[in-house]
Design a binder for this molecule. Structure first.
Ligand SMILES: *[C@@H]1O[C@H](CO)[C@@H](O)[C@H](O)[C@H]1NC(C)=O
Length: 164
């Protein structure tokens, strides 16, 4: 048993990314990119119209703008919230000059603020079949909306870790 446990911990140590957590409704999470496990998607500011960008994960405190709340948790459509702001795809068009996602004042009537955090593959998609996507994996780079498909999938995997 001891050697099995030692083997297991050795295997775990070399796995590059931690498996995605199931997020209970209303729990905050950091959404780590599969492109670079230091990076999460987050609003660049708590302000209407602020772009969604790749950022280093914060400390998980209530002032951590990188800890986002999927209101419905994993697998159920809902908003993704920080403070009064929700990730919005309103007016965002994949593969256009208006492809960058942003945050807007939360509006439960706005279908463009509804996302599903999927368990497997661990994407974040909307009802139009589009996914939250990272182009270049570097801090500060804009996070965009793109079509969910197998080719783009490596840029669309986000491994959520619930913030304790
Ligand atoms: C991940 O992104 C951070 C921030 O941009 C950067 O410092 C780091 O070198 C990147 N790591 C890899 C493996 O690309």
């Amino acid at each position: 048993m001891k050697s099995f446990a030692a083997l297991l911990s050795a295997v775990v140590a070399v796995v590059p990314f931690v498996a995605a957590d199931f997020i209970p409704a209303g729990s905050a999470a950091h959404f780590f990119s599969s492109q670079n496990s230091s990076l999460v998607f987050a609003p660049s500011a708590a302000a209407p119209g602020a772009d969604l960008v790749a950022a280093l994960a914060g400390d998980g405190s209530s002032s951590d703008i990188t800890a986002l709340f999927p209101t419905a948790g994993t697998g159920v459509p809902g908003q993704i919230v920080y403070g009064d702001f929700c990730i919005s795809a309103n007016g965002v068009v994949p593969e256009s000059s208006s492809q960058v996602l942003y945050v807007a004042e939360c509006d439960p009537e706005d279908a463009a603020q509804i996302w599903t955090v999927n368990e497997s593959p661990a994407t974040v998609s909307n009802a139009d079949g589009n996914c939250i996507s990272l182009g270049r994996p570097a801090r500060g780079v804009s996070v965009v909306l793109d079509v969910c498909n197998d080719v783009l999938l490596p840029h669309q995997i986000w491994n959520p870790q619930v913030v304790a």
